[in-house]
Design a protein around this ligand. Structure first.
Ligand SMILES: Cc1cc2nc3c(=O)[nH]c(=O)nc-3n(C[C@H](O)[C@H](O)[C@H](O)COP(=O)(O)O)c2cc1C
Length: 200
């Protein structure tokens, strides 16, 4: 399937048929995650969760998401949060870059705040979404569907999975064969989202 065709087919699906996903498809989905860009400060890890009890526990830790447990596989996207912006020198690339991006006071707050784990989780939260989207698109190319889920109690899920302190869950990607057919996105719906050279 051509990539744009896969993207046209993708919609979030939250109802799944009671059908397993083959190991070869699971491996393709994992390979696509591996191909995603990683940052210097953040390595990714991916859990493949098929056990019903674990899936139920994970679903119970996500917001309004009992449906997550019905997916044959929940991929759990995690990252290494060893790198701490609070430990870096003022002239560190990450400190300078994040100050440029978010402002000095926000970065200082994140450097000094005593809940280090939450700050590190927040600082490293974005990159692994790219891998998650690779996984969703690979799933769609195999006629599977899924949804990104990040409204959840991260610490609870870390505990359920027995993750070490330096690894944290960032989002869930439940995948399965769709048992609902969302309408395709209209090509006309958001033509206002583009601008060229300068804002309108
Ligand atoms: C970053 C991100 C986080 C999301 N988190 C959740 C979530 O926690 N629970 C959920 O049901 N859907 C979640 N979604 C799915 C969105 O609700 C969905 O993408 C949106 O309604 C648009 O529909 P579509 O994916 O079919 O285009 C998330 C989507 C994104 C991009």
């Amino acid at each position: 399937m051509e990539l744009l065709e896969v993207m046209r087919k993708r919609r979030s699906v939250r109802k799944f048929k009671d059908l397993e996903i083959s190991n070869s498809i699971i491996n393709d989905i994992l390979e696509s995650a591996k191909l995603a860009p990683e940052t210097d400060t953040c390595n990714y890890y991916f859990g493949v969760i098929k056990d019903t009890k674990v899936k139920n526990e994970i679903a119970g830790a996500a917001l309004w998401a009992e449906w997550v447990a019905k997916a044959p596989v929940i991929f759990v996207c995690c990252c290494d949060i060893s790198w701490d912006i609070g430990d870096q020198k003022e002239d560190d690339y990450g400190v300078i870059g994040n100050k440029l991006r978010y402002s000095e006071d926000i970065v200082n707050l994140l450097r000094e705040h005593k809940n280090r784990k939450a700050c590190k989780t927040l600082m490293q939260s974005t990159p692994v979404y790219i891998a998650a989207q690779h996984m969703i698109l690979t799933a769609v190319s195999h006629n599977l569907r899924g949804c990104l889920v990040d409204f959840m109690d991260i610490e609870k899920i870390n505990k359920i999975l027995g993750l070490p302190e330096h690894i944290t869950c960032q989002l869930l990607v439940p995948i399965g064969y769709a048992d609902e057919i969302p309408s395709p996105k209209s090509n006309e719906s958001r033509n206002d989202m583009f601008f060229y050279d300068k804002w309108k």
